[in-house]
Design a binder for this molecule. Structure first.
Ligand SMILES: [Zn+2]
Length: 164
């Protein structure tokens, strides 16, 4: 199938493409990545005190826009293959990734309360439906995912409140 290629990072093994079914732009792997491997290191282009559709959360009132910008096209998936590792500032492969696979990350792994919640249609068997950030997911769901240290601390605080 013909893909609309928007931006290629061939040396890095990544490409921004339009998904022919959803018509949404996404980030695609051009090469294989091993579990734990750095898919791409990133930097903060800008830090904001509030979330936007394109930011990733670093901490309380700390939201960054990403450099390289191509990483902003990483779509959400309920069965993710990558994670924005905010402690190490790298996009990390959560499992084996094969060439031609779309890179997906679990937004609540970094986002506590999202600016623009949406109804997910990722097609995963475990699809959670409405995605609004970690705050709206029960601990039983969140415990299945690798999350940022900020989200882990927020979930722990929430559990302690619930049990108080
Ligand atoms: Zn989903």
């Amino acid at each position: 199938m013909e893909h609309m290629i928007v931006e290629t990072h061939e040396a890095e093994g990544l490409e921004v493409r339009e998904n022919p079914e959803s018509r949404m732009l996404g980030l695609w792997a051009l090469r294989a990545f091993r579990k734990g491997e750095t898919v791409f290191p990133f930097l903060a282009a800008e830090e904001l005190d509030h979330p936007t559709r394109l930011t990733v959360q670093m901490g309380e009132r700390r939201h960054i826009s990403l450099l390289p910008e191509a990483l902003q096209y990483t779509n959400h998936g309920c069965d993710p293959n990558v994670l924005f590792n905010m402690d190490e500032m790298r996009l990390e492969a959560l499992r084996e990734i094969v060439p031609g696979e779309e890179l997906r990350y679990f937004y609540p792994a970094t986002e506590w309360r999202m600016d623009e919640p949406f109804v997910c249609n990722c097609g995963a068997a475990n699809c959670l439906g409405r995605i609004a950030g970690a705050w709206s997911q029960p601990a039983s769901v969140m415990s299945k995912y690798k999350v940022s240290s900020y989200i882990a601390a927020k979930l722990k605080a929430r559990d302690q409140e619930d049990n108080a």
